[in-house]
Design a protein. Structure first.
Length: 83
């Protein structure tokens, strides 16, 4: 199959390939930003939970309660997009 020029430099296959590579790179950037936002939100939530913790409870109990709060209700864990 003979490759023909397509609107400017390069053939159609090259331009499609370049566009796909560009979109994949953008998708990776978006995913990494989402990961940073998720981590920041989790850190903020952890800080807020620590401030309201029951200090009369043992460290193990406090840790278990914090973990349960950050994970959310069992019914919703399977439907979360970040897990």
């Amino acid at each position: 199959m003979k490759q023909r020029p397509y609107r400017g430099n390069g053939c159609l296959q090259e331009r499609i390939s370049d566009e796909l590579c560009r979109r994949r790179a953008e998708d990776r950037d978006v995913r990494s930003k989402d990961e940073v936002r998720r981590q920041r939100a989790q850190n903020l939530a952890g800080t807020a939970i620590n401030a309201m913790a029951d200090h009369s409870a043992s460290r193990i109990d406090q840790s278990a309660r914090k973990h349960d709060l950050l994970d959310g209700p069992m019914e919703f864990r399977s439907s979360r997009q970040d897990r």
